[in-house]
Design a protein around this ligand. Structure first.
Ligand code: GRF
Length: 195
C-alpha cells in the first residue's frame, strides 16, 4: 500500500475527496500525514476527524525555507511516505524537498496548464473570457506550475456562468479526477516495483 503525505493550506475539499476515495476502496493508498502551513486551516479538523496525523508549522517562525523543509523531510521519512500530494498548498516547493523526493511530488492546479499558472487561476480564466478551462495534475519542479503534465480534464465555461459557478464546476471535477489519477499513479508504481 502506497503511503502518501498531503500538503494543504486551506479548506481541504480535495483532501476530503482523497480520504473519501480511500474509504470507498477507490484509492489504494494510506494518508500517512497531513502537512499544513496554516495552523488555523479547516483542513486540519478534517484530518483529525479521521485520525490522520497532522504536522502544522508557521513558516514565519523559521529563518528560511530550507530549514522548515528539512524538518518536514524528517517528518516524511518517519512516516515512511512514498508520494507527496499537494492539495491547495499555497507555497512553492523548495530544493530541499525536491531533492529528497524527485518525481514524487504531485500537484493539482485549477486550469489547463500552461494557461493561467499561479494564483487565482480560475479568476484569470474567467477574466480572459475563455470558453474552456479545466484542471491539471502534474509533477512538481522548481517552477510555478511548470512540471511535467500527468493528466488534464476540461471544464466548459458557459455564457452566463459566474466566477462562483466556474469554481464549483472545477472543484467537482477535481474531487473526482484527482483521486482517480492518484490511484493510477499508485498502481503504476506498484507494477513497476514488483514486475
Ligand atoms: C484547488 O482548487 C486546487 O486546484 C488548488 O487549490 C484549491 C484547493 O482547494 N491548487 P481545497 O483546499 O482542496 O478545497
Amino acid at each position: 500500500m502506497r503511503r502518501i503525505a498531503i500538503f494543504a493550506s486551506g479548506t481541504g475539499s480535495n483532501f476530503q475527496a482523497i480520504v473519501d476515495a480511500i474509504q470507498k476502496g477507490n484509492l489504494q493508498a494510506t494518508i500517512a500525514l497531513l502537512i499544513c502551513d496554516k495552523p488555523e486551516a479547516p483542513v486540519i479538523e478534517k484530518a483529525q476527524k479521521t485520525n490522520i496525523p497532522v504536522f502544522t508549522f508557521s513558516p514565519k517562525e523559521f529563518a528560511s525555507k530550507a530549514i522548515f523543509e528539512s524538518i518536514i523531510c524528517e517528518q516524511l521519512q518517519e512516516a515512511k511516505v512514498d508520494f507527496i500530494v499537494l492539495a491547495g498548498y499555497m507555497r512553492l516547493i523548495g530544493p530541499t524537498l525536491l531533492q529528497a523526493y524527485p518525481n514524487k511530488i504531485i500537484n493539482l492546479h485549477p486550469s489547463l496548464l500552461p494557461a493561467f499558472p499561479g494564483k487565482e487561476a480560475i479568476k484569470q480564466a474567467v477574466q480572459a473570457g475563455v470558453k474552456i478551462t479545466g484542471i491539471t495534475i502534474h509533477y512538481v519542479d522548481e517552477g510555478m506550475d511548470t512540471g511535467p503534465i500527468i493528466a488534464q480534464e476540461a471544464v466548459e465555461i458557459s455564457e452566463d456562468d459566474t466566477l462562483f459557478d466556474v469554481e464549483r464546476k472545477i472543484h467537482q471535477v477535481e474531487h473526482i479526477f484527482y483521486p482517480q489519477t492518484l490511484q493510477k499513479l499508485c498502481l503504476r508504481e506498484y507494477e513497476e516495483e514488483y514486475k
